[in-house]
Design a protein around this ligand. Structure first.
Ligand SMILES: [Zn+2]
Length: 256
C-alpha cells in the first residue's frame, strides 16, 4: 500500500482515479449485461408468439374435429332415411324423405367446407409454428452466447474489481465528510466531470483556467489549492479542481 495522500484534494484525486478504473471495468460488464437483456427480451417475444400459435392450432384442430363429427351424424341420419325411403308406402312419403335428405346433404356440404377451411388454416398455423420454433432455437443460441460472455466478463474483472473496491474503501476512510459529500454530489450528476486539472492559460500573468470549462480560476482559489490543497471547486461549472505536478512546478517557478 502506497503512502496516503497528504491533503484533501490529493485524497479526492486518488479516489477519483480508483473510481474511474472501476467505471472502466464495469462499463464493459454493463454492456454485456444490456446485450444479454436485449436477447432475453427477443427470446421471450418468440416464446409468446409460439404459445399463441399453439393455442390457435389446438382451437382449429378442435373446430375441424367437431365439424367432422357433425358430418358423421348427418351421414348416419341420411343412411337411416334411405332405408325408410326404400320401404316408403306412398309417393308422398317417399318425396318427404327425399326432401329431408337433400336438406341434410346441403348441411353436410357446408360442414365439410368449414372443416376444410379449418384444416387449411391449421396447415398455415403449423408452418408458422415450425418457423417460430426454428427462430427460438437460433435466438436461444445467441442468448446463451450473450450469457456466457457476461459471465466471462464478470469473472475477468472480479479480482481487479474486488481489489479496487477495497482500495476505494480505504481511500474514502480519511476524506473529511464535507469533501466526500461534494465529490459524491458531482458523481451523481452523471455526465459532468467530477474533477478537472487546473490548466495553464498565461504563465506570465499567472492565469490558470478550469480544465473542464476553461474559465479563469481566481488567484485566491489558486493559492488555497496550491498551498494546503484545499477543497477547491470551479465557481463557473462546480468541478473539483486539482493541480497536476507539471502545472504545480510551473506555478512555483513563476512565483516571486
Ligand atoms: Zn469550470
Amino acid at each position: 500500500m502506497s503512502a496516503k495522500p497528504s491533503n484533501v484534494t490529493s485524497q479526492l484525486l486518488a479516489l477519483h482515479l480508483i473510481e474511474s478504473q472501476i467505471r472502466g471495468l464495469t462499463g464493459r460488464l454493463d454492456q454485456a449485461e444490456r446485450t444479454l437483456k436485449a436477447q432475453a427480451k427477443l427470446l421471450a417475444d418468440i416464446d409468446a408468439q409460439t404459445s399463441a400459435l399453439r393455442t390457435q392450432a389446438r382451437q382449429l384442430e378442435a373446430a375441424a374435429a367437431n365439424d367432422e363429427g357433425d358430418v358423421k351424424v348427418i351421414d348416419e341420419r341420411i343412411a337411416k332415411l334411405r332405408d325408410q325411403m326404400n320401404s316408403a308406402k306412398t309417393n308422398k312419403e317417399y318425396t318427404t324423405f327425399q326432401t329431408e335428405i337433400s336438406v341434410l346433404k346441403a348441411d353436410r356440404g357446408r360442414l365439410e367446407e368449414k372443416a376444410l377451411a379449418s384444416l387449411t388454416k391449421l396447415d398455415a398455423v403449423r408452418k408458422s409454428l415450425a418457423e417460430a420454433e426454428a427462430a427460438h432455437a437460433d435466438r436461444k443460441s445467441v442468448a446463451d452466447t450473450a450469457a456466457r460472455e457476461r459471465d466471462q466478463r464478470k469473472a475477468e474483472i472480479k479480482e481487479r474489481l474486488d481489489e479496487l473496491t477495497a482500495q476505494r474503501k480505504s481511500a474514502t476512510a480519511d476524506i473529511p465528510d464535507r469533501a466526500l459529500e461534494k465529490f459524491e454530489e458531482r458523481a451523481r450528476l452523471g455526465d459532468e466531470d467530477i474533477m478537472a486539472p487546473l490548466e495553464e492559460h498565461d504563465r506570465r500573468n499567472r492565469e490558470y483556467v478550469c480544465g473542464s470549462c476553461q474559465v479563469v480560476v481566481p488567484m485566491e482559489k489558486l493559492n488555497g489549492l496550491m498551498g494546503r490543497g484545499e477543497l477547491t471547486t470551479c465557481s463557473n461549472c462546480g468541478v473539483i479542481l486539482y493541480i497536476e505536478a507539471a502545472t504545480r512546478d510551473a506555478v512555483v517557478t513563476t512565483k516571486k
